[in-house]
Design a protein around this ligand. Structure first.
Ligand code: Q9C
Ligand code: ZN
Length: 332
């Protein structure tokens, strides 16, 4: 399996986050990538490559209809985020709050306009990492477009919570949605991250060539989304008590009832592994290590070229092994 990664993905490193009202370490750390790499690199089945594509225009085109708004937004964020600790969004442009569109240029206002929560700190390195992540994802997309069976984008920050113009949940650019728009033909995005991919659902909404299928925890972050099916989005909320067997059964059903009948040309996997019971921010207490080899096997039933994009997963001790379990059993 070709693995696309970039050293630039290690740069973004906000000093802390607010978790349940307390200050704690930034869980979505650069070390996540290193942990996964350390495990995969020991196996000859994984071939590491640095990203090869550079194309700013492509990103902006995918994100806006007028082709300019997105890059302007990013310029603002980068220029306002130059302090070493970055700028944390804390005052948000809430639809009930605004009294005019004459917005403040204060850095807190600038970042608050483009974020829906506080876990989207903007540092001087954020854009570099997010941009490199997109390049890796597009390299992976090229690999499967040119006849490859599968590719893995080992990237951070993750993407699936970010909408076209909002950051949140550690996410800045939506990799799965970018890949789905980039690849031609019919695409399924299968999102197995513990959290609902609200951003992906929103961006691909109304696109008949794309089906979004998500398994995620009910009644957990991002709270306001993912409760029911809507158009091209199949949402499968699962209780926190979900066991390994129940999860695999739900996945099996999603594949046979939704993914296979859609007849995709490409499968994009929003590959979060924060479903594991020891994950520090997630809550499936009955999902064990044994789930991940079954997950890979199930997904291989889709029988179409696949692009795996790293999303969440924060249990550092097992992160690499879990990722390897899924990807290896998928290839077997
Ligand atoms: N008490 C991803 O996995 N904070 N993002 C949740 C729960 C934000 C997760 C707090 C979690 C974002 C890509
Ligand atoms: Zn997650």
């Amino acid at each position: 399996m070709r693995v696309f990664t970039s050293l630039d993905c290690l740069l973004h490193n906000p000093p802390f986050e607010i978790l349940d009202g307390d200050k704690s370490e930034w869980l979505e750390s650069p070390a996540r990538i290193e942990k996964i790499k350390q495990v995969l690199i020991k196996s000859e089945r994984f071939k590491f490559e640095q990203f090869i594509r550079k194309n700013t225009l492509l990103i902006s085109k995918l994100y806006t209809t007028d082709g300019t708004q997105f890059e302007k937004k990013v310029d603002i964020r980068v220029s306002e985020g130059r302090s070493s600790s970055g700028v944390i969004p804390e005052t948000f442009l809430h639809f009930n709050l605004v009294d005019s569109d004459d917005f403040s240029t204060h850095s807190v206002a600038q970042v608050g306009r483009f974020a829906f929560d506080m876990t989207s700190t903007i540092t001087k390195d954020t854009w570099k990492s997010a941009y490199a992540a997109v390049q890796c994802v597009l390299s992976g997309a090229n690999a499967i477009m040119n006849g490859g069976k599968t590719a893995y984008a080992l990237v951070r920050p993750p993407g699936h919570h970010s909408t076209q113009d909002l950051c949140g949940g550690y996410c800045y650019l939506n990799h799965a949605a970018i890949a789905a728009n980039y690849l031609s033909g019919r695409k399924v995005i299968l999102d197995v991250d513990y959290h609902h991919g609200n951003g992906t659902e929103k961006i691909v909404k109304g696109n008949e060539d794309i089906l979004y299928v998500s398994l995620h925890a009910d009644d957990d972050y991002p709270y306001y989304t993912g409760h029911r099916n809507a158009g091209n989005a199949i949402n499968i909320p699962l209780p926190r008590t979900t066991t390994t067997d129940e999860y695999i059964l739900a996945l099996q059903k999603a594949i046979s009832h939704h993914i296979l009948p859609f007849r995709p040309d490409f499968l994009i996997i929003s590959f979060g592994v924060d479903t594991y019971n020891e994950d520090p921010i997630a809550g499936f207490s009955n999902v064990d290590r044994g789930m991940y080899t079954q997950m890979g096997r199930q997904i291989s039933q889709s029988k179409c070229p696949s692009l795996w994009i790293q999303e969440g997963g924060y249990h550092m001790e097992t992160l690499g092994d879990i990722v390897k379990d899924v990807l290896s059993s998928y290839m077997d």
